[in-house]
Design a protein around this ligand. Structure first.
Ligand code: HPA
Length: 271
C-alpha cells in the first residue's frame, strides 16, 4: 500500500470508530489519561487501525479517543510514535495526516521535556514559541504530498500566534505561571550530555525533548494551527548535579497533571 492509501485506509477506520473533530490533542508522557475527561467518549486502539504503527513506550497507551470537552468535540492521541523507537518519519507522522484527512484544523501537541533555561525548574509548563530541529531528520523528506501542502512550507509561524495568545490568557486566568520558550528536538533515546545541553543553550533552546517537532512540521504542512506545551519534567543533563531517569520524568508529569489538564481544558473551550 502506498503512503496516501495508508492515510486513507487508516482515516476510514478511525472515522468509523470515533468520528471526526476539528480540534485534536497529542498527549505526551504523563498526560496519557487526560482522555478520560472526554464525555461521550469513543475510542479505537492503534492495533485496530490498519497501517498504524504500535507505540512501545511505557506510559503511552496507544489509542485514539474522541468526545466532548468544555463544549468542543475533541480527538486525542494517547500515545505517540517516536523516531527513537525505530519508526520511520512517515510512521511517526501518519496520525497527523489521518487527522488532517478527518478535518482537524487545530492541534495541541504536548510533551515531557528537559529544562535548558536555568530560570526553569522541574514541574514548569512551557508554551513552545518556536523549535530547533537538531535530529538531522525531517518528516517531509521524499515526494511532496501536494494534496496536503507545498514542497517548501513556511514554518516561521508553525506555533500559531493566535493560539499562543489564548494559552497565555487561560494561564493567567487560572493563575498558572506558563513559561515560554524554544523547544529543541534531539533524536534520543539517550538523554543528552551536559556538553550538548550547553551547546543547545547557546543556540537559543529553552527546553529539549525527543518528540513534537515532526508532528508540528507535518501539521503545519497540512495547514493546521498548532499550539505546543511542554511539561518540564526535569532539568536537562548537567544543569543539576544529578542523573536523569525516566521514573523522575513520569513522576513530575503526574505531579503537574492537574494544572496541565486545567490549562488545556480552558484553552480548548476558547479554540
Ligand atoms: N531530554 C530529552 N527528552 C526529555 C527530557 C530530557 O531531559 N526529559 C523529558 N524528555
Amino acid at each position: 500500500m502506498d503512503y496516501m492509501q495508508r492515510i486513507h485506509t487508516a482515516a476510514e477506520a478511525v472515522e468509523k470508530a470515533i468520528g471526526k473533530a476539528e480540534i485534536a490533542v497529542i498527549l505526551g508522557s504523563g498526560l496519557g489519561d487526560f482522555g478520560n475527561e472526554l464525555a461521550e467518549a469513543k475510542e479505537i486502539s492503534y492495533a485496530d487501525i490498519p497501517g498504524f504503527p504500535l507505540s512501545t513506550v511505557q506510559g503511552h497507551a496507544g489509542k485514539m479517543i474522541s468526545g466532548k470537552l468544555n463544549g468542543k468535540q475533541v480527538m486525542m492521541m494517547s500515545g505517540r510514535f517516536h523516531s527513537y523507537e525505530g519508526h520511520s518519519m512517515q510512521d511517526v507522522t501518519l496520525p497527523i495526516r489521518v487527522m488532517a484527512q478527518l478535518g482537524v484544523k487545530k492541534l495541541i501537541v504536548t510533551n515531557a521535556a528537559g529544562g535548558v533555561n536555568t530560570n526553569f525548574s522541574a514541574g514548569c509548563l512551557m508554551m513552545i514559541t518556536d523549535y530547533i530541529n537538531l535530529s538531522g531528520k525531517n518528516p517531509l523528506t521524499g515526494e511532496n504530498l501536494s494534496a496536503f501542502g507545498p514542497r517548501f512550507p513556511d514554518v516561521s509561524r508553525a506555533y500559531t500566534p493566535a493560539l499562543q495568545a489564548i494559552a497565555l490568557e487561560s494561564a493567567s486566568k487560572l493563575g498558572i505561571d506558563l513559561k515560554q520558550g524554544v523547544y529543541c528536538w534531539m533524536n534520543g533515546p539517550c538523554y543528552e550530555t551536559p556538553a550538548e545541553i550547553r551547546m543547545v543553550r547557546v543556540l537559543g533552546a529553552d527546553a529539549v525533548g525527543m518528540s513534537t517537532v515532526p508532528e508540528t512540521i507535518v501539521a503545519a504542512h497540512s495547514g493546521m494551527e498548532v499550539l505546543g506545551v511542554s511539561c518540564i519534567t526535569n532539568m536537562a543533563a548537567g544543569v543539576l548535579d544529578q542523573p536523569i531517569n525516566h521514573e523522575e520524568v513520569m513522576e513530575t508529569g503526574r505531579r503537574v497533571r492537574s494544572d496541565f489538564a486545567a490549562l488545556l481544558t480552558d484553552v480548548i473551550g476558547k479554540m
